[in-house]
Write a protein that binds this ligand. Structure first.
Ligand code: BES
Ligand code: ZN
Ligand code: ZN
Length: 498
């Protein structure tokens, strides 16, 4: 799908559909909608009077062959109350318009931004929303609905003086939207197609194409480096693990003492639970247990093009979690790369094990500020459902605040969770330094976070639990069912803020 910036006035633009969005207030026919109303001889006022055009969020009003316009259709999308409108709403409006038109056989359309919007951010949000909306999970369908595709979209509604900002915003939005879809594509892959080795190959190919440095540690090097926590999870599978490292270095050499961002993502290509095996109902979803890792790879893909002013090291531990004759067993004691010993009381709490070594390795490689993303716990789904990402911070509150403010700016819902020292007691070990599940009742996502924090040590660190938000169980008007690519935009924003 191509997205370009158009120049033609609305009345004369020949297109399969012209889309505009409408705010909800006493009279929705205001501003740009009033302009369209004039071209169409008062048609929109009439529709509004009849109650079919209210501006309510994501209300769709489709007019065929609108008089006075060259467009074959006019689609008006509700954008809700004007004072609640922001780029997050705009992303959904743009996405919902695209999905609505796609199912109706439209291939090309024009999308008009509203008056008084910041051109760069607006164009970026529209591009991000549309690219995310265009993603479908039909890769393995032999009968693809190719007749249902949007081939090109033109953005309209920007004044001459706004064009250059809009062009730049559009270019940013395309990079971010495509990188998010790159991550979603990986997340969607079934585990027989995407083993740790295949994930590493795909990461390597992406890095080479993007001009990023890449180092994939194979099993031999993982053993040499004594990454015992990662190896303990991997030992149950015939598929060997990989530790994927991708580095972005800004062209202007960073000053001594400059921060180095370390982004770490859990990539369990399939989580059976291991010997502490999961129930079979819904287990197929555990192919998305690599969403954190895929998202970080997507972030790197975006950063290679957007070129932030900070060095970024991405570390992705990749493995399967399988039961079997060689699998680790509850009660086993493992030694992590850092030297800490771990009593594995539940082999299904494997994400924190592989992150222990990945976080330690990211620090060893020079990361001064860490963020990890992981589908870590079912408990976060209980706490926050599929609405908010759970945010767990270390001692450095300023770092947590910085990540949260990036989330806000990127329009991704994230919620800070408590990390009181009392919770640390839950993972105190009896036979080893620490145990991989909490001994107390409840607080499962917090004990998971505390476990990782043990390995971040004094380095500023934030953990994002995306178990509830990385997968969309029901299709939305603006997004297909399946992987969401959540947290990518936040991390891109975070890196770009340097
Ligand atoms: N991958 C799961 C967490 C998960 C659950 C992700 C639901 C997505 C949806 C993780 O490895 C896991 O199994 N966690 C356990 C931890 C428990 C044994 C302490 C869990 O949440 O049940
Ligand atoms: Zn698990
Ligand atoms: Zn898992």
């Amino acid at each position: 799908m191509q997205i370009t910036l158009g120049t033609q006035p609305f009345a004369t633009v020949e297109t399969e559909a012209l889309v505009a969005y409408v705010f909800e207030n006493g009279d929705p026919v205001q501003g740009r909608i009033a302009e369209l109303d004039q071209f169409t001889n008062g048609l929109l006022k009439k529709i509004a009077k009849g109650g079919e055009l209210t501006g309510k969020t994501l209300e769709m009003t489709l007019v065929h062959a609108p008089v006075g316009l060259k467009a074959a259709r006019l689609l008006l999308v509700g954008a809700g109350k004007r004072d609640k409108f922001d780029s997050a709403v705009l992303r959904r409006v743009a996405g919902a318009a695209l999905r609505y038109l796609k199912t109706r056989g439209v291939h090309h359309f024009v999308f008009a931004a509203r008056e008084d919007s910041a051109a760069g951010d607006t164009a970026q949000a529209i591009a991000e929303g549309m690219l995310a909306a265009d993603f479908e999970s039909d890769k393995y369908k032999t009968d693809k609905k190719n007749d249902k595709s949007i081939d090109s979209v033109q953005l309209a509604g920007f004044a001459d003086g706004e064009r250059s900002a809009a062009e730049k915003g559009l270019a940013r939005g395309v990079v971010i939207g495509e990188s998010q879809n790159f991550a979603r594509d990986l997340i969607n892959e079934p585990s027989n197609k995407l083993t740790p080795r295949v994930l590493a190959e795909k990461a390597e190919a992406m890095a080479k194409q993007a001009g990023l440095a890449v180092d994939v540690l194979d099993e031999k090097r993982i053993v040499e480096m004594k990454m015992g926590a990662l190896l303990s999870v991997a030992q149950g599978s015939i598929e060997p693990p990989r530790m994927i490292v991708i580095t972005y270095t800004p062209s202007a050499a960073p000053k001594a003492g400059a921060p180095v961002l370390g982004i770490v993502g859990k990539a369990v290509t399939f989580d059976t639970g291991g010997i502490s095996i999961k129930p079979s109902d819904g287990m197929e979803k555990m192919k998305y247990d690599m969403a954190g890792g895929a998202t970080m790879l997507g972030v790197m893909r975006a950063l290679a093009a957007l070129k932030p002013n900070v060095k970024v090291i991405c570390v992705v531990p990749a493995t399967e979690n399988m039961p079997g004759g060689r699998a680790q067993k509850p009660g086993d004691v493992q030694t992590a790369m850092s030297g800490k010993t771990i009593e594995v009381l539940n082999t299904d709490a494997e994400g924190r094990l592989i992150l222990a070594d990945a976080v330690h390795y990211a620090k060893q490689l020079g990361a001064t500020h860490l963020v990890d993303a992981a589908t870590l716990t079912g408990a976060i789904v209980v706490a926050l459902a599929s609405i908010n990402v759970g945010v767990f911070g270390g001692a450095d509150q300023a770092w947590t605040d910085k990540v949260l403010s990036s989330a806000k700016a990127a329009g991704e819902k994230m919620w800070p969770m408590p990390m009181d020292d009392e919770y640390r007691e839950f993972i105190k070990g009896t036979v080893a330094d620490i145990q991989n599940i909490g001994s107390g009742k409840g607080g499962g996502s917090i004990t998971g976070a505390w476990f990782i924090r043990e390995f971040a040590g004094d380095t500023p660190w934030v953990h994002l639990d995306i178990a509830g938000t990385a997968w969309n169980d029901d299709a939305k008007a603006w997004l297909a069912k399946g992987p969401t690519g959540v947290a990518l935009r936040t991390l891109v924003h975070l890196a770009m803020s340097y």
